[in-house]
Design a protein around this ligand. Structure first.
Ligand code: CMP
Length: 143
């Protein structure tokens, strides 16, 4: 059965003009774009999204980066979406990412790593609701 994951094309992806290249990689890997928007996070919305990392030493820098410009949250659908998307993007640190993965191809470092992907079905559902209303998702259902 198809399920969903949340991707975010981060501010570095937008700044480098890589939105199209990254979405092409994603759709060529068999993911369907179910919902998408461009938005700029603020400290509150970014802090809420990354709350699980609030005690990490990199938290403040992460918020500064994620609020530094617009980003593009995308709801993706595919069988085994969460796991397959994490394989497609590669390790958090691009230096450790497999050849051919999106982070290996495009990311500069562990913080500015081009793209986010949910790490479980449960978190995917939470993260999707962070950016998209029920109405926005229902309107696109069955695309
Ligand atoms: P993401 O998959 O969006 O989830 C948490 C983010 O925190 C991660 O991608 C990176 O952008 C950032 N991050 C994780 N580990 C580190 C680290 N050691 N130093 C700086 N940033 C990090």
């Amino acid at each position: 059965m198809n399920n969903r994951t949340l991707a975010i094309l981060k501010p570095d992806c937008v700044r480098k003009n890589l939105i199209g290249d990254v979405i092409t990689k994603i759709t060529q890997a068999g993911f369907k774009v179910v919902a998408m928007k461009m938005t700029k996070l603020n400290k509150d919305t970014a802090g809420g999204f990354y709350e699980v990392h609030k005690d990490r030493p990199f938290f403040n820098d992460l918020l500064t980066f994620m609020t530094s410009g617009p980003c593009v949250p995308i709801v993706l659908e595919k069988e085994n979406a969460v796991e397959d998307f994490r394989k497609l993007i590669g390790a958090t640190n691009p230096a450790e990412a497999d050849e051919g993965t999106i982070r290996k191809l495009y990311a500069d470092n562990v913080e500015q790593n081009i793209v986010h992907g949910s790490d479980s079905d449960e978190n995917a559902a939470k993260e999707i609701s962070h950016f998209f209303s029920r109405k926005e998702l229902l309107e696109n259902y069955g695309l």
